[in-house]
Design a protein around this ligand. Structure first.
Ligand SMILES: [Zn+2]
Length: 106
């Protein structure tokens, strides 16, 4: 069974791009980002255009879709995501490469 991968920013399935990224510890001091970050075409263009505000609002919206109970905490979610994105941009080590598309395999 193929794993379903999702965009690390907006959660759409089967993201097309993989960003090489150094491991880092998230602002909560507990979660760790390990390895590459995946991005869909849309988020990749936002990353390349350094459109961080749009990328942040996509990520917050995607999070709240999965965790609607956290809507009252939206300011701290936004601050957390903003810091994670800042660390992501600080730790990118190269250009994005295309991911393998699972359903294209024989
Ligand atoms: Zn995306």
């Amino acid at each position: 069974m193929a794993d379903i991968t999702v965009c690390d920013f907006c959660n759409v399935p089967n993201p097309q791009w993989s960003y090489p990224c150094r491991d880092f510890v998230a602002p909560d001091g507990v979660s760790r980002s390990v390895g590459n970050w995946l991005a869909c075409n849309h988020c990749m263009s936002l990353i390349e255009g350094r459109n961080k505000a749009r990328l942040l609002s996509l990520a917050v919206d995607a999070y709240l879709l999965d965790h609607p109970e956290d809507i009252l905490d939206v300011n701290s979610i936004r601050e957390f995501a903003e810091e994670v994105h800042r660390l992501f941009f600080a730790n990118i080590t190269g250009n994005p490469t295309p991911t393998e598309v699972p359903f294209a395999r024989a």
